[in-house]
Design a protein around this ligand. Structure first.
Ligand code: TXA
Ligand code: MG
Length: 353
């Protein structure tokens, strides 16, 4: 298949170009487009055949449901059976933005996109290109992240080209996405709202609205055999080609352990990648060191994480040793993605006091 790549200004999207993309969506084709989190691979959410193409292009398991993107809160009523009071407040505060909410779906939403579930995940992205595309096509757009299933999510158009060129109709190049990790998925059908996937909207943000918020226990204990409520969380994901190990604890202890592991692996003849931070990068004198961001400003780590994982693949390292960060605020989303990339391979370095 021929893939068209078009550049669109994210601050001031050219309407004629958006219309070209919207025509493809209306005709049942696939368009990759930027959102504020990561690039999405979009199709008409009401067209079962079109959404099936998404699963094929990505190699995505059929039971992993898609998020439906809307361009206006008023689009919600035609897709969901009821809008709980909780949701109203959340939408007012966080939409457009990186918060996905789970609703009871109407018949009109094909089972194909919900993986047979009676619920549908919906969000309104905070990105001019995404919103214009949805509005111009006059349709809700189903869109998972625009990567090959299992690979790190794309945060610029080059990542999409790497994974999907030749498999989809169009790629919109709208520059870097910004946030860098996917939206928070929140289930509000239960008495206590539950985070099914941590994201840019944090537990702390949600606790400003609700007295209590749970985190699906299955995503905290990735190694244990619990079934996550969000089907996507059960798959190994965000994975670079090299094996990734996380070293978690106090920074000085992390560096000490990482240095000794790196030299051990290099002696074995392995090419070692080190995912370091602004504060630590100068402490490593061996290995291929990439800085992922600033520990004091973990949003920068979120923004760079997936790009850096892909860069290690380009360098062709055999093993990646990655510094862990504190699991609070956006750190929860970052560590969730890193742990999944590591397949649960994590070394805790702090000595018990
Ligand atoms: O930021 C994002 O959310 C990006 C951009 C493109 O919007 N999209 C994204 O989609 O990350 P995807 O398909 O890669 O991840 C969707 C997640 C999966 O973990 C999926 O299992 C979960 O949302 N999900 C979708 N529908 C669900 C439902 N009805 N119940 C529970 N989880 C659901
Ligand atoms: Mg994804």
């Amino acid at each position: 298949m021929k893939t068209q790549v078009i550049k669109i200004d994210k601050n001031n999207p050219e309407i004629d170009k958006i219309q070209l993309a919207a025509e493809i969506i209306k005709k049942g084709g696939l368009v990759a487009f930027p959102t504020e989190t990561v690039y999405g691979l979009g199709a008409n959410a009401l067209d079962e055949k079109a959404t099936q193409k998404i699963f094929i292009a990505k190699g995505r398991p059929q039971d992993n449901p898609l998020i439906v993107h809307i361009g206006d809160i008023s689009d919600l009523d035609s897709l969901v059976k009821e809008v709980p009071e909780n949701a109203e407040e959340l939408m007012k505060r966080f939409w457009p933005g990186p918060l996905t909410l789970i609703f009871k779906k109407r018949e009109i939403v094909p089972d194909r996109i919900t993986g047979g579930l009676s619920t549908v995940a919906i969000r309104m992205p905070n990105h001019k290109i995404a919103i214009e595309l949805i509005r111009q096509s006059g349709l809700p757009i189903a869109a998972p992240s625009a990567n090959t299933s299992g690979r790190p999510s794309p945060t610029n158009s080059h990542h999409v080209i790497e994974d999907l060129y030749g498999k989809i109709d169009m790629i919109i190049d709208g520059g870097d996405t910004g946030v860098g990790v996917e939206s928070t998925v929140l289930d509000i059908s239960t008495d206590i709202p539950t985070i099914l996937r941590p994201g840019f909207v944090t537990l702390e943000d949600l606790l400003e609205i609700f007295p209590q918020v749970d985190i699906d226990p299955a995503i905290q204990n990735l190694s244990e055999k619990m079934k996550p409520k969000s089907p996507g969380q059960k798959y190994r994901h965000y994975s670079p080609k090299a094996k990734l190990t996380i070293i978690q604890g106090e920074v000085d202890n992390i560096v000490e352990k990482l240095v000794s592991l790196a030299s051990k692996y290099e002696k074995q003849g392995l090419k070692v990648g080190i995912m370091a931070t602004k504060q630590t990068k100068n402490k490593y004198i061996i290995g291929n060191v990439l800085e992922v961001g600033d520990r004091k400003n973990p949003e920068t780590i979120a923004a760079n994480l997936f790009r850096v994982l892909r860069e290690f693949d380009k360098i062709g390292v055999d093993i990646i040793l990655a510094e862990g960060i504190e699991e609070k605020g956006i750190g929860r989303a970052i560590m969730n993605r890193m742990k999944k990339a590591a397949g649960g391979d994590i070394i805790l370095v702090d000595r018990k006091k």
